[in-house]
Structures are given as C-alpha cells and as structure tokens.
Ligand binder design. Structure first.
Ligand SMILES: [Zn+2]
Length: 364
C-alpha cells in the first residue's frame, strides 16, 4: 500500500492494521479520542434459496443482529424490493439500531450484477420478473445510506479475507458449491474483479468438450457436473431408473421442482454418505472428481497460496471436499499443486453478510 494516503480501497484491502492506526490517530488527535464511534454496516446475502441480513461491526466482524427469509423466484420486482426492505428492517431491529447509524449497505447476489451502476441484471433464480433493477438506488433511498452490489461469492471472499480463512493470506481463491459453483479471486489482498466484474467464475470452466448443458447455456461447464443441483439431478435420475438407495427412505417423495437443487438437501446427502449408501457415495465421488479437475485448472492458472471452499454441500459432505482436494492436487502441475493449501471456509453462512457489510461500509 502506498504510504501517506489512506483511501477506501486500501482500507478495504488492509482493514486490520489500517483501521487500528486510524483509530490511534483519532485518539491522538482528538480530545474525545476515547469515545470511538462504531462503524456499522448492513450486509445482505441474497441467494437462490434464502436471503440473510446482518448488522456487522466492520472493525471487528462481530454480528450484532440478523434476519432471514426465503427467496421466491416468482416475486415481481416490487415484491423483491419489499422483501429486501423487510429483511433489512428486521436485522436493524434485531441489532437495536436505526438505519442512520449505518455507514453503508452491501448486497451480495447470486446472479449477475452491474456493480458500478448498482443494477441487478436479469436473474431467473431470484425473480423471474426482474430485469435491470436499480437495486442499489432503491435500497439507498429506503434506508438513507449508500449501497453497493456485488456477486455473492465476491462478498463471501471479502468476509473470509478480513475475518476468516483468508485472513493474512494475500493470494487465494474462494470456491462455493451450492445451486451453482461460484468463485472469487483475491490477489495481493484485493478482490480481482476483471474487466466486467465477472472474474473468478470457476463454475463455468469447461471440463468436458461438448459436455452437459449448463444453466448459462454453455456446454461441459463445471457446475453442470459438481454443483448441488447437478448432484441432485443425477441422483433423481438414478432413482427414477430404479437404483436402490437409502434416499427412498430419507425423502420418500422428492420434489423435482424444488429450486436450486434443493430436492435433496445437503444434510440428507451427508446422512446417506455416512450410511455408506452406494448410489449417493458413488455420485459424490464422481462430483468430487469433476470439482478436482476444475480446481486443478484454477491452480495451474492462478498458482494460489490457498483455496477456500465453502457452501452448504461442502460443509455438510466431507467426502466431497476430500475427494475434490485430493484429485485437484493429483491433476494440477506438480509445483503449484504441492504448494497450495485447500481448506474449508471459516465463517460459514456468515461469510456473505459480513463481507457484504464490509463492502457496503466502504461505499461511504
Ligand atoms: Zn455455464
């Protein structure tokens, strides 16, 4: 970091030490230095199946209040906004603070956003009716504070960078396996966003030429083989073809219409693997192999110090994490493959809301 100037970007990259030194300057320069103001951010993590909000002390990462709602893909734009306002208001209420005490709001979205203009582009998983919604401006006007939009994995990476498994690690890659597979790249302590803010989209690495159709319309992409949605689809197909599995006892009537591959939840997959169910174990190992191929390509390309893996299915199913890590090291070039650490995310479900709060607060 350049010395002499401390701007929002550099505070974002090196929050810990910079914030402490800023506070020390405040204490030294001000008679009221002892009475330090807390900097609070509202973080919102808007995913394909649920939305979470939290009021976060952005200097300590402490979560002061939370709220949670289900996402509904059938929402109109107005309903989507109303749901977000209610969600934010509930988190503020839980924390016992008013919106004018916030430094800013950050929103992470499981879909494409125009981060620069604060616009939510079309996102079928969240609201089929919504196209080009000026989400940041709407939230700013409702809550009266600046708002920033990012994709959901970028906010989670920011949370892990400052308070989780990425703390003190300048170069890492976050990979979150859920409805899809999202990724975010951190280099030199900063998020790499790329020319169009879409860098890190590991879910759309091509791992099979002319392979399975991906949700994005492309073919042979990683998330069509190793996301929870892909695992679920493969299992439902096998059950339909009459394969025996403990799943028929655990979920007697799986709903194929459940959003985001939630017909078979991560906890159920974990139970089936723990019971040594051959079908589920085989499917998880296969998904793990594919995930390993994607990680190996990422290791060769980026040579990261660490890969941080998260998402419900990674947290619940150790086997998937183990197979993917082992396979990634085996398939990567020897030098970067030996060097990389592959670990699980530390902040769990909170990574997104904490990271979003951090990003939002820097908007001020
Ligand atoms: Zn794709």
């Amino acid at each position: 970091m350049a010395s002499g100037t401390v701007n929002a970007r550099s505070v974002a990259a090196w929050r810990g030490p910079v914030v402490r030194s800023l506070h020390m300057d405040m204490a030294a320069n001000s008679a009221e230095g002892r009475q330090m103001t807390r900097r609070l951010g509202l973080g919102i993590d808007y995913g394909g199946t649920k939305m979470l909000a939290a009021v976060v002390d952005i200097d300590t990462g402490q979560v002061l209040g939370t709220s949670k709602k289900r996402s509904r893909a059938v929402d109109s734009s107005d309903e989507l906004l109303r749901r977000l306002y209610d969600l934010g208001d509930a988190a503020l209420g839980d924390a016992g603070i008013a919106s004018n005490e916030l430094t800013g709001i950050g929103v992470g979205i499981a879909g494409q956003v125009d981060a620069e203009r604060g616009i939510l582009l079309g996102t079928p998983n969240l609201s089929q009716a919504t196209v080009d919604l000026p989400l940041a401006a709407s939230l700013s006007s409702h809550f009266g504070v600046p708002t920033q939009l990012r994709n959901d994995v970028q906010i989670a990476a920011s949370g892990e960078l400052h308070f989780g498994a990425g703390k003190g690690i300048g170069d890492f890659l976050c990979v979150f396996v859920g409805t899809g597979i999202g990724g975010a790249i951190v280099q030199n302590g900063e998020l790499v966003t790329g020319a169009t803010a879409t860098a890190g989209e590991i879910g759309h690495l091509i791992i099979q030429a002319d392979g399975r159709l991906c949700g994005c319309g492309g073919r042979g992409h990683l998330e069509a083989y190793a996301s929870r949605t892909a695992i679920t689809r493969s299992l439902l197909g096998d059950l339909k073809r009459g394969r025996e599995s403990i799943l028929t006892e655990l979920i007697p009537a799986p709903s194929e219409d459940a959003p985001g591959g939630t017909a078979i939840r991560s906890g159920i997959l974990a139970k089936a693997v723990a019971a040594d169910d051959p079908l589920v174990t085989e499917t998880i190992i296969q998904a793990g192999h594919y995930l390993g191929l994607g990680l190996a390509s990422a290791i060769n390309l980026l040579n990261p110090t660490r890969i941080i893996m998260g998402g419900g299915v990674i947290e619940a199913v150790d086997r998937l994490f183990e197979v993917a890590s082992t396979h990634a090291r085996r398939e990567a070039l020897p030098v970067p493959g030996r060097g990389v650490e592959i670990v699980k995310a530390k902040l769990g479900d909170n990574a997104g809301v904490i990271g979003a709060a951090l990003i939002g607060a820097d908007a001020a």
